[in-house]
Design a protein around this ligand. Structure first.
Ligand SMILES: [Zn+2]
Length: 124
């Protein structure tokens, strides 16, 4: 399958494996921690662990969603194409190095900067 992005099939294989690993890792973790630990419940007197668990329970569903979305973009051939900001795609191809560092990256560097300024959020 040749996509407009020009990534090699080796690269796409690596990215797909990373994304599937991310989904699996998060799902496994969540299934082992079905409920958020409560600070005042017996068995959780460790503040740091409670914070860690709470943090993961908040962020992992987002990570799963992002990874699944990226896998869908691989299927329809739009993975690696910058989605721009405010619904306006810029169409630039995200460099391989950036995707290796962050497999769910959806924006080129300049759009990411603008997006973060507008939304006040990092990465998403
Ligand atoms: Zn862009």
């Amino acid at each position: 399958m040749q996509s407009a992005t020009g990534y090699s099939s080796d690269f796409m294989g690596l990215i797909t494996a990373k994304l599937q690993g991310e989904v699996q890792e998060c799902q496994e973790w969540l299934s082992k921690h079905p409920t958020a630990l409560s600070m005042d419940k017996e068995g959780c007197d460790n503040f740091n662990e409670a914070c860690h668990v709470r943090y993961n329970r908040d962020t992992m569903p987002v990570r799963i969603q992002d990874a699944q979305e990226a896998l869908r973009r691989i299927e329809n051939g739009t993975f690696g194409v910058c989605i721009g900001f405010n619904g306006k795609g810029c169409g630039k191809i995200i460099p391989e190095e950036k995707l290796l560092a962050c497999v769910t990256a959806k924006r080129c560097a300049s759009c990411q900067q603008i997006h973060e300024r507008i939304s006040g959020r990092r990465y998403y």
